[in-house]
Write a protein that binds this ligand. Structure first.
Ligand SMILES: Cc1cc2nc3c(=O)[nH]c(=O)nc-3n(C[C@H](O)[C@H](O)[C@H](O)COP(=O)(O)O)c2cc1C
Length: 175
């Protein structure tokens, strides 16, 4: 049994990237894995202060917001799913903020399979996928294990009718 954690970063209700992340988690759960979803919008998470306090404090962040307990969840995970809407051809500011705070555990996070999920109004998700590659680039012994492209999804909820939904479900089953 693996621990599968999805980081979901769209601020809106019935979000396409969240629907695809839920499909992934559904598949992963049905395959016998333990699943958990972290919704950025449910938490108080500030910007990285670049103070490097974490480097002399075993990966603990100096800020007393919600991030330290979430970092512990990431360190316990075997699989981490990053899910984001495409904003201005990039990942969401929320995912970037979350990823910057993962700096605290750069030296510690290892042995994880990462999956990327993005949704966009257009068919062009290359910028966001590149951003996600950049986010995991620093970690040792991690795998870029799979990607879900939610193309042509504008309004909330459209992901339910997208081929990406079944792809995400099957990818979760096999993760
Ligand atoms: C601020 C903003 C910027 C956006 N930028 C793009 C973009 O550059 N390219 C694109 O294809 N869609 C863009 N979109 C559309 C979203 O990517 C699309 O609606 C997506 O399905 C949202 O995912 P979500 O439902 O998970 O929030 C943008 C939407 C917003 C609100």
């Amino acid at each position: 049994m693996k621990k599968v954690v999805a980081v979901v970063t769209s601020p809106r209700k019935n979000s396409n990237s969240e629907i695809l992340a839920d499909a992934f988690l559904k598949g992963a759960g049905e395959a016998g894995n333990e699943t958990e979803k972290i919704r950025f919008s449910d938490h108080n998470i500030g910007f990285c202060l670049a103070c490097n306090w974490c480097r002399s404090h075993d990966g603990v962040c100096v800020q007393r917001d919600d991030m330290n307990p979430l970092l512990l969840k990431l360190l316990e995970a075997d699989v981490i799913v990053l899910a984001s809407p495409v904003y201005k051809s990039c990942v969401s500011g929320q995912l970037k903020t979350f990823a910057d705070r993962m700096y605290a555990i750069n030296p510690k996070l290892t042995g994880v399979d990462f999956y990327f999920i993005a949704s966009a109004g257009s068919a062009d998700l290359d910028g966001a996928m590149r951003d996600m590659e950049g986010i995991i680039h620093i970690y040792k012994n991690v795998r870029n294990a799979g990607r879900i492209y939610g193309r042509g999804l504008s309004g909330p909820g459209e992901a339910f009718d997208s081929p990406a939904y079944e792809e995400a479900y099957q990818m979760g089953k096999g993760c």
